[in-house]
Design a protein around this ligand. Structure first.
Ligand SMILES: Cc1ncc(COP(=O)(O)O)c(C=O)c1O
Length: 421
């Protein structure tokens, strides 16, 4: 958007003013990049100075349809004028419709709606313990052990934190939830060793996201399924980041031909309006009786109406194929960069959940910063991993632009030339 000089000066100071106020007023939990975003359109974001950014992060996997998508905007405008919130004491039109769509694409039977990823995972853990009691009502000590993964991430509330396999997140908040054991991700022997009759659930991300884009192996997932099934324990998959089309299937477990008992889903579900869900089989969902679990906001009419629109877009013919093809093209182009730049250690991805692992933390940090300066939004996770979670609607020309800029940045990066750590 073009602006006069006077306005530009004002806009520059807008960022400074906001920064100062936030520094004084907010909990200092985030290290933000110095950009003040004002609007988005398609796969682009615009800052207060009118500078355009190509978005390869989509609000950490939320804005799957990009920005200002006409169908999403229309639903928000129309529904917000009718009914935003009603509480779960009453019916509205959209939860059942959304549950129908989610059960259809996931292959599970029932849905509980909540507000976020961590709330979905938290609920799934409660469901696992409740199911163990439900199956053995007479038992003095029903199964209670939760087997979860090293290197995982499930969120910031206590249950999620307690099952997140990265010490840096857990350490400040001990003591945590008891009965949690960590298994080495994709290590079948470790899984077998730690599994016993007291395990009520095995929980994992089908593709570890914060952990650096690491897909589960077929053998590991299958073994988890078999152990759980043979012992009346649950297989719970966290698809908060990798679900809903991100990997080129509706849910990432559909790459592996394994049916979980419980799935958690969130991020892009309502296209930026907070909404999460627990999906489960009929048998497992039966462990929650009225009053055992609930939420004020979860599954409100606005969020669910928007999610219905999102799912109609996601289930359009050709959408998943587009994600698969664009994702494969992206990985191929990053592979070309890897051949030219020694600092790239590995390139991996499933659909549009893609990573370029570097050999150096410094280079990774500098790269994200320099890419931002050039108008490309990417992210760094697990210290050295460049993570790409673009809107699912990006095209190969956007991939080309990103790869071109990344190549230039890696070539020119002082850190890349010298001090590799
Ligand atoms: C795999 C996974 N699980 C859970 C969460 C937590 O979701 P939320 O931030 O919506 O609570 C995240 C967030 O990044 C995630 O990637």
């Amino acid at each position: 958007m073009s602006t006069g000089l006077g306005e530009l000066v004002d806009q520059k100071s807008a960022l400074e003013t906001v920064k100062e106020k936030e520094a004084a007023l907010l909990f200092q939990t985030y290290e933000r990049f110095p950009v003040l975003f004002e609007r988005g359109e398609g796969v682009y974001l615009y800052d207060a100075e009118g500078k355009r950014y190509l978005d390869f992060l989509s609000g950490i996997g939320v804005n799957a349809l990009g920005y200002s998508h006409p169908a999403i905007v229309k639903t928000i405008v129309e529904q917000s004028a009718k009914l935003i919130h009603i509480s779960n004491l009453f019916y509205h039109r959209y939860q059942a419709e959304l549950a129908e769509a989610l059960t259809r694409i996931s292959g599970l039977d029932r849905v509980f709606f909540c507000n976020s990823g961590t709330e979905a995972w938290e609920g799934a853990l409660k469901l696992a313990r409740a199911y163990a009691r439900h199956k053995s009502p007479e038992a003095k000590k029903p199964k209670s052990k939760l087997l979860v993964m090293e290197n995982s991430f499930h969120g910031r509330t206590y249950g999620s934190l307690s099952t997140t396999g990265q010490k840096k997140y857990r350490a400040p908040y001990a003591p945590l939830l008891p009965g949690v054991t960590f298994v080495k991700f994709n290590n079948v022997a470790d899984l077998r060793k730690k599994f016993n009759a007291n395990v009520c659930a095995i929980g994992l991300e089908t593709v570890q996201g914060e952990g650096g884009i690491q897909p589960v192996s077929q053998e590991f997932l299958q073994t988890a399924r078999e152990l759980a099934s043979a012992n009346d324990a649950l297989l719970i998959l966290d698809e908060i980041q990798c679900g809903l089309g991100r990997t080129g299937k509706y849910y990432a477990y559909q790459h592996f031909g394994v049916r979980p008992d419980v799935v958690t889903t969130a991020k892009p579900l309502a296209a930026g309006i907070p909404l999460g869900a627990i999906l489960a089989t009929n048998e497992v969902a039966a462990a929650f009786h009225p009053g055992m679990h609930g939420t004020t906001f979860g599954g409100g009419p606005l969020a669910c109406a928007v999610a219905n629109t999102f799912l109609s877009e996601l289930t359009r013919p050709g959408m998943l194929e587009h994600v698969q093809q664009t994702g494969a093209y992206f990985v191929e182009r990053l592979g070309e960069l890897k051949a030219k730049h020694k600092v790239i250690k590995d390139v991996r991805g499933l659909g549009l959940m893609v990573a370029a692992e570097l050999k150096s933390v410094d280079v990774a940090k500098a790269t994200v910063k320099e890419m931002l300066e050039r108008g490309f939004i990417i992210n760094r996770t697990h210290d050295k991993v460049l993570r790409f979670l673009p809107p699912l609607v990006i095209e190969s020309e956007h991939v080309d632009a990103l790869v071109q800029a990344l190549g230039e940045v890696l070539k020119s990066s002082k850190a890349a030339k010298g001090k590799q750590k």
